[in-house]
Design a binder for this molecule. Structure first.
Ligand SMILES: [Fe+2]
Length: 414
């Protein structure tokens, strides 16, 4: 039995992010809320990986103990001097700012596991080609926060080029409940210990896709609204100090002028449709940049391994479902999670039978017109002969028209 784990989730312990002049909370979500959300979305294990913090992960772990359907692994997304690295099964904080080699030693010395998040991101600090010579147990081949076309594809290509080198990870990088468990990692077994064994044996399976961009809009509105409420409370003198809450501590540490500036900035951001325009501008930039970078990727992993054939067969409309059912029975599904994948379009078939023929419709010497469906689909090379035999066997025409052309099928690289 396979279980699911979201390997990359944040809470409000991730603190405040600085981007140029902007300051905003990374997350306003409580650790307990992330546990509830992960359970609701069918996760059996949840890794809390706050930026340079482990307190929220310990809180989540304590909270999860009352449930028998989920376990929490204490993790951290450590900002090393050379880029971010995910650490799992920690007993204590790994300090940020150290060289990556020293950071990895500190993770391993306490029995932890180290994984490179979004290793080829072009806009988040990451390890890039350093992953080749570092002692990492895994790399993220699907990071849910990277909707650009390049980052995950590059990671998957490098992963494919080094079989058996790392365990593949898929983590949502959720900073709110909107994306927790949207993509996930699978492993054989049931709990955190089985997950750890799967990592060490390089037997994890990366699943899912990054969440759609509008979920990031929901997150940005949530953090700005949350910050606005705290700023207002703080200005009114009603925000109580809480040393365990890094957001409150941060709010209380800034002066009133900055608080008012933050309130105005937040208010302007929340004016519709500004969040959507901001998201649109960001995704347009990401797309443009990633389509330039994607040319760096070695395409042989997208093609050579996926030799396939495109088949096109013409059948009378009333016979289409029977044909598609029969084909579906003899082919391996090409797209994980889907069966009976065809494209159909309506066409008109025409012929003039000659003497001695046995036409499905029509009489010798007369032109016949029949409403047909053109059924197109792609099969793996190993299924080609079987599927052609099946089509010939059940096709109602004496001489069916069948086109076969070699192609390269796009499929999941994992
Ligand atoms: Fe992250």
């Amino acid at each position: 039995m396979n279980s699911k784990v979201d390997t990359h989730v944040h809470t409000y312990f991730s603190g405040v992010s600085n981007y140029k002049v902007l300051r905003f909370p990374e997350s306003i979500t409580k650790p307990e809320t992330q546990v509830d959300c992960a359970r609701k979305n069918g996760m059996n294990v949840l890794c809390i990986t706050d930026h340079d913090a482990v307190k929220g992960a310990f809180e989540a772990q304590k909270y999860a103990k009352q449930f028998d359907d989920i376990e929490v692994v204490v993790g951290e997304e450590v900002t090393s001097a050379d880029g971010e690295v995910l650490a799992y099964w920690l007993n204590e904080l790994v300090p940020p700012g150290l060289p990556i080699e020293e950071t990895l030693d500190l993770i391993h010395e306490q029995g932890g596991v180290a994984v490179a998040p979004h290793p080829f991101s072009f806009y988040v600090a990451c390890l890039r080609d350093r992953i080749m010579d570092l002692d990492l147990e895994g790399i993220e081949v699907i990071n849910g926060g990277h909707v650009d076309a390049f980052t995950n594809m590059k990671a998957q290509t490098v992963f494919k080029e080094h079989p058996g080198r790392w365990a593949p990870f898929s983590g949502s990088d959720a900073h709110s409940i909107y994306t927790t468990g949207y993509n996930w990692t699978e492993f054989e077994g049931s709990g955190a210990e089985d997950f750890r064994k799967a990592i060490l044996n390089k037997k994890t399976i990366a699943c899912g896709q990054p969440a759609p961009a509008f979920k990031q809009v929901q997150w940005s509105i949530e953090v700005v609204l949350g910050a606005q409420k705290m700023l207002l409370k703080s200005l009114a003198g009603k925000l109580e100090a809480d040393p365990d809450n890094p957001l409150i501590s941060k709010m209380l540490s800034i002066n009133d002028v900055k608080k008012i500036g933050g309130l105005i900035g937040g208010f302007l951001y929340l004016l519709p449709p500004i969040p959507f325009i901001a998201e649109f501008a960001a995704t347009t930039w990401l797309k443009k940049k990633s389509y330039t970078l994607v040319n760096e990727i070695d395409t042989k992993f997208l093609t050579e391994r996926d030799q396939a054939y495109k088949i096109c067969v013409y059948v009378p409309v009333e016979f289409s479902d029977k044909m598609m059912d029969a084909i579906d029975e003899v082919v391996d599904p090409l797209y994980p999670g889907y069966r009976r994948a065809f494209s159909i379009s309506e066409v008109t078939g025409t012929w003039k039978p000659v003497k001695g023929s046995h036409p499905y419709k029509g009489k010798p010497g007369k032109i016949e017109k029949v409403q047909e469906n053109k059924i197109e689909f792609i099969v793996k090379e190993k299924d080609l002969k079987r599927v052609l035999m099946k089509i010939k066997e059940i096709h109602p025409y004496e001489e069916p028209m069948i086109d076969v052309s070699p192609t390269y099928a796009w499929k999941s690289m994992l």
